[in-house]
Design a protein around this ligand. Structure first.
Ligand SMILES: Cc1ncc(COP(=O)(O)O)c(C=O)c1O
Length: 418
């Protein structure tokens, strides 16, 4: 290292240490499994670390509830769990009044149910509305589902072009929607760039065009405050295994605004979506409220761990989580500018923190190899084509010192790959 580089690293180390000392959330990191190790985790936006409380909860559940209560557990609490957790999540992270959020299937399956229900309702109200609007850089599952639903229901897809380091803004949505739009499907935080959409404005634009909008909240739930009711959302879905630390494959949530619930009919008509589940009626009769968006037996074991993060969000407040998230991503951008830009790395995420979610993408042709090298050193970011190293900074479980250590490891790996 040249002496100028040494000074830059020392300055950043001082800054990380000052930021950690001043961080009002610093003690929460110790509540996570693995906090004591030197491993750098940059993937809490993909699979969050478990809380220690969840380890106990899972063991207690197996022993006492599953093992002790056996099938009685369904009547005692499990049947109600998707709705109780949904309401708690709605209150702590989504700005949703009770009775609108439910835990269900995977994000993919819930998204399919909601987009198809919305499309069918829009066409029923106005047969000229045959288009589903989606952007070309939306998450693959969102794009594939939209194409499948359009093919299945005789609709068409209208694509919005976006640059890979940004996302959908008001002007591009205004150009795409009109009298033929049935449904708009957008991500609140873009999975690749981390671009944070102005969800209130985009929802208004969709509504002004007479369309419904379905939000994918996977990369915002638990990290960026959402005001589903105040922003007049129609429908939303999101993952619980990212910032909500629900564990691998934990089930997703769906938000359905009260005003729409009884108008929408979702396509996977299973017994758990009926009003009287054990009546075993001859024909499907959708339940009122959010129950109709369920299909089969709720995945209760998968719903355990997320409850601990929801309780933590209740304790900490989503605003404080967002403040730390902005501080972490802003620090990561400063470190990238100081240490990685000289090696040709480009910040492929918005530089304005108000337009950025909880992750930062750093772009360089060698990043695929860099990621593989880092994983062997217990530094764990992820990689997204083309050349994007994603640095996911889960606010409750990541420190500033960890962020600096990880980015210094990126620097060393880039030098080794050169
Ligand atoms: C933005 C976004 N949407 C949808 C999904 C799909 O979620 P699932 O695989 O749980 O269905 C993901 C998964 O990572 C995602 O990041």
């Amino acid at each position: 290292m040249t002496s100028a580089e040494t000074v830059a690293v020392e300055t950043l180390a001082d800054e990380a240490s000052a930021l950690d000392s001043a961080d009002p959330l610093r003690e929460y990191r110790d509540r996570f499994v693995g906090a004591e190790s030197s491993l750098v985790y940059f993937d809490g936006n993909s699979l969050g670390r478990p809380l220690r409380a969840s380890v106990d909860r899972l063991a207690r559940f197996a022993q006492d509830e599953w093992g002790g209560r056996l099938i009685r557990g369904w009547d005692e609490s499990w049947m109600q769990l998707p709705f109780d957790i949904g309401d708690a999540l709605g209150r702590t992270a989504l700005g949703a009044a009770p009775g609108q959020t439910v835990i269900g299937d995977s994000t993919t399956v819930l998204l399919y149910k909601l987009v198809r229900a919305a499309f069918d309702a829009a066409v029923a109200a106005d047969p000229a509305r045959v288009e589903i609007v989606v952007d070309r850089d939306n998450f693959p599952t969102d794009r594939y589902l939209v194409e499948g639903i359009a093919a299945e229901r005789g609709g068409t897809v209208r694509w919005i072009d976006v640059t890979l380091d940004a996302g959908v803004d008001a002007a591009s949505l205004r150009r795409a929607v009109g009298a033929s739009t049935a449904v708009v499907v957008l991500s609140h935080v873009a999975y690749r760039s981390g671009f944070l959409a102005d969800a209130a404005t985009l929802t208004r634009i969709a509504h002004d065009a007479g369309a419904l909008i379905v939000w994918d909240l996977c990369h915002s739930a638990g990290s960026v405050p959402v005001q589903a009711d105040a922003w007049d959302f129609d429908l939303a879905v999101g993952c619980t295994y990212k910032y909500l630390n629900g564990g691998p494959g934990s089930p997703a949530f769906a938000y359905v605004a009260t005003r729409l619930q009884d108008r929408l009919v979702q396509p996977v008509q299973g017994w758990m979506g009926t009003a009287d589940v054990f009546a075993m009626e001859p024909a499907y009769q959708p339940a009122p409220g959010t129950r109709r968006f369920l299909s089969g037996t709720p995945p209760i074991v998968g719903m355990l761990a997320m409850q601990d993060t929801i309780a933590l969000l209740d304790e900490v407040g989503i605003r404080a989580v967002r403040d730390k998230s902005v501080a972490l991503t802003s620090f990561a951008v400063r470190v990238a500018d100081a240490l990685l830009a000289p090696l040709g790395v480009v910040v492929a995420s918005p530089r304005d923190p108000s337009a950025r979610g909880g992750h930062v993408t750093l772009s360089h042709p060698a990043m695929r190899a860099v990621t593989a090298r880092l994983w062997t050193q217990d530094v764990i970011p992820d990689y997204r084509d083309p050349g994007g190293l994603r640095i996911g900074l889960s606010p409750l479980s990541t420190s500033f010192a960890e962020t600096l250590a990880g980015l210094r490891a990126v620097e060393a790996a880039l030098r080794a790959e050169a």
